[in-house]
Design a protein around this ligand. Sequence first.
Ligand code: PMV
Length: 324
Amino acid sequence: MKRVKVSSPGKLMLMGDHAVVHDRQCLVTAVNQRLWVTIEETSQTGEILIDAPDVGLDQFVVSLKQGELTDLPKAAKFVVQAIRNFDQFHPVKTGLHLTTASDFNATFGFGSSSAVTVASIKALAELQQLALSEAQLFKLAYQTVLDIQGVGSGFDLAAAIWGGTLLFSTGGKEIRPLVVKNLPLVVGYTGVKADTATLVKQVGGFLSAAPELVTPIFDTIQESVIQAEQDLEETNWAHLGQLMNLHQGLLNALGVSSPELERLVFAARSAGAYGAKLSGAGGGDCMIALVDNKTRSVVEEAIQTAGGQVLPVELSAPGIKVEE
Ligand code: PMV
């Protein structure tokens, strides 16, 4: 029976949060915290056996073809739906034993659902010796995310597949790798787990109710993404910091910041960061602060004193890899 092991990285949204769900662009980077999926064929045809200790699944059995996913933990839903979507195009003729392992805590908001989705599909393709292109992998993974979550731009899937730092447009219309040298960021975790789908729907509701107010906010976020891309190229950290602060103000205006995020953001700025903003959907999860060698340790300390946890991550990490 064949066995394949694949790893994919987590991600951090740099700029473009929320606006990218509404036909605009964002900047995303892959982080050096990875998630591993091992899939082994079994003789139990039609059955998926899941061991995912990080999300509390031990020898969990689910049908490959049918059954509601509502009772499953979130990570398992993505895995099972990914396998079912793959099976529609490339029938799976054996049983499957899937095991996951992860560097990162699923509560950090580094994108464990997207990482596990792309890794599962890639592992299945490898088992069938199928040359799935990156674009095909993205398409299947994006369909899976929409099936489960109903909303999302797909930026996290692109980071998990391509790695590095990317300019990304809604639904993967444009995915362009950027050359970014040593972006000096500090990442602070609020300790609060956010629910991305709920926040995305909330902002979507705000847009529908008041397009004349929300559309200009998205347009300004889009412009900040374009200017930030240039700042990354020119390593213009002072300007990029300003853009991050502006972006944070706009996310606050959209209603997705939180007292915990604001505390960490203001602590970082007071300690001398060029700029700071939340990263992702908001409501909790992580914030990022742009620093330099002189301010890094003071900013890290300030984030900790304000109740945050500094997460040691490296950016522009490699994308999906077949490990064994
Ligand atoms: O909460 P995260 O880290 O998964 O980021 C969500 C980013 C949004 O722009 C709000 C949603 C999306 O799919 O782009």
